[in-house]
Design a protein around this ligand. Structure first.
Ligand code: NAP
Ligand code: G4F
Length: 341
């Protein structure tokens, strides 16, 4: 069992970038429940998510900073004095990464360099050893070269986002090998939750299904509904991030369920949750939502993580989709001013 005490004998301290995102919130809750002191990087002079953070995670220490500004990251390291750093901050929406390729590269790739350098310099000055987690992605596999994908599958990214993640992934390995840093990469497959941003397909579907069932919306417009993803629950996946940093030796791990489902199957389960068996009358497709290059199918093999630290997903695909639809039914009913069905 990992100790919650750091080198000094005081409670461990964690610094999280991307604290306002889906994973940042779940990870903060997990670490706080274990007795950590959690510090979170918040960007912008008037970030609209600051109020949500204060409400959901009042005990998190917020530090102003941006992955585009290395001086702010060095400042954050000095304030947080962390035992563990989780680099979750990124431009993370794949479709957006073609429209904003430079920004995606600067934040999602360049931000990893700035964060790793900040950790390295902080270690040199403080003499403290810091463990680093990099949020790598199954998008790196892109045009998949092997099924299922493992830690040794050749990377073939298909978007500016995927390419940026490959840079961050290899740089993390490089810092581990060059500077003997305890730097690990989690190659996480898609993970979802009621906290997922509405731009991602699972939440777009769960929200629309709730609204259609409540009579608040008529149709749902999607892009490629044949694409297949290995979808798990975000709450399970942040456990894996934590466990990776508790290992004596840093390494890279695939985190996945080992099952893949199409968007059509997602629609089957989501609409069935509200008693609609045939979703075709409600769903249309628009070629404007197709991507310049698609990742057709992802399916991961998490055997290495299971063998190393016993990680396994707990929430099934069906339970995950039902959880998201029920949550959106409650939110939409509340906003529309009537009781949830
Ligand atoms: P998310 O909900 O989109 O959150 C992204 C976070 O990054 C937000 O807190 C955002 O802050 C922050 N951010 C964006 N630009 C920043 C900048 N310039 N400086 C500092 N922070 C910045 O993403 P997520 O789903 O939680 O994913 C967490 C990480 O895992 C990301 O790196 C993502 O690429 C990676 N990942 C996710 C999945 C998945 O399926 N969810 C799978 C594999 C890898 P604001 O709120 O201020 O915008
Ligand atoms: O939900 P998505 O936008 O997620 P995507 O592209 O797989 O990326 C997510 O998972 C990655 C891990 O593999 C993360 F690294 C990344 O940060 C992000 O969290 O799209 C899933 C699939 C795609 O094939 C897309 O073309 O759904 C298809 N899709 C079909 N119609 C749609 C839509 N996606 C979105 N967002 N919106 C649609 O209307």
């Amino acid at each position: 069992m990992a100790s919650v005490l750091g080198e000094s004998g005081a409670p461990k301290r964690a610094l999280i970038t991307g604290i306002t995102g889906q994973d940042g919130i779940y990870l903060s809750e997990l670490l706080l429940s274990k007795g950590y002191e959690v510090y979170g990087l918040l960007r912008g002079q008037n970030n609209p998510k600051a109020a949500m953070l204060e409400e959901v995670l009042p005990s998190v220490h917020v530090i102003a900073g941006d992955l585009l500004d290395m001086s702010s990251l060095m400042r954050a390291m000095t304030i947080a004095q962390p035992d563990e750093v989780y680099n979750l901050g990124a431009v993370s929406f794949v479709a957006y990464s073609w429209q904003n390729a430079r920004l995606t590269t600067d934040v999602t790739a360049g931000g990893v360099l700035s964060m790793l350098e900040s950790v390295r310099l902080y270690q040199e000055v403080s003499g403290k050893r810091v463990r680093f987690y990099q949020a790598s992605s199954s998008e790196m596999f892109g045009k998949v070269q092997h099924v299922p994908q493992t830690e040794s599958t050749l990377l073939w990214p298909r978007s500016p986002y995927g390419v940026a993640k490959v840079y961050g992934h290899y740089l993390t390995i490089n810092y581990r090998e060059s500077y003997d840093m305890h730097a690990s990469s989690g190659i996480l497959f898609n993970h979802e939750s009621p906290r997922r941003g509405v731009e991602f397909v699972t939440r777009k579907v769960s929200r629309a299904v709730a609204r259609i069932s409540l009579g608040l919306q008529d149709t749902l417009t999607l892009g490629n509904i044949d694409a297949e993803r290995d979808w798990g629950f975000a709450g399970d996946y942040v456990e894996a991030m934590y466990l990776m940093l508790q290992q004596d030796v840093a390494d890279d791990y695939v985190i996945a369920t080992g099952e893949t489902h199409s968007i059509s199957e997602l629609l089957d389960v989501a609409f069935a949750t509200v008693g609609i068996d045939d979703w075709k009358p409600y769903v249309q497709t628009d070629t404007a939502l197709l991507r310049p290059a698609e990742v057709d199918q992802l399916i991961g093999d998490a055997t290495k993580a299971r063998n190393a630290f016993g990680w396994e997903p707990k929430v099934s695909f069906k339970d995950l989709v039902e959880m998201m639809v029920h949550n959106d039914l409650a939110l939409q009913s509340r906003d529309a001013g009537h009781a949830a069905p």
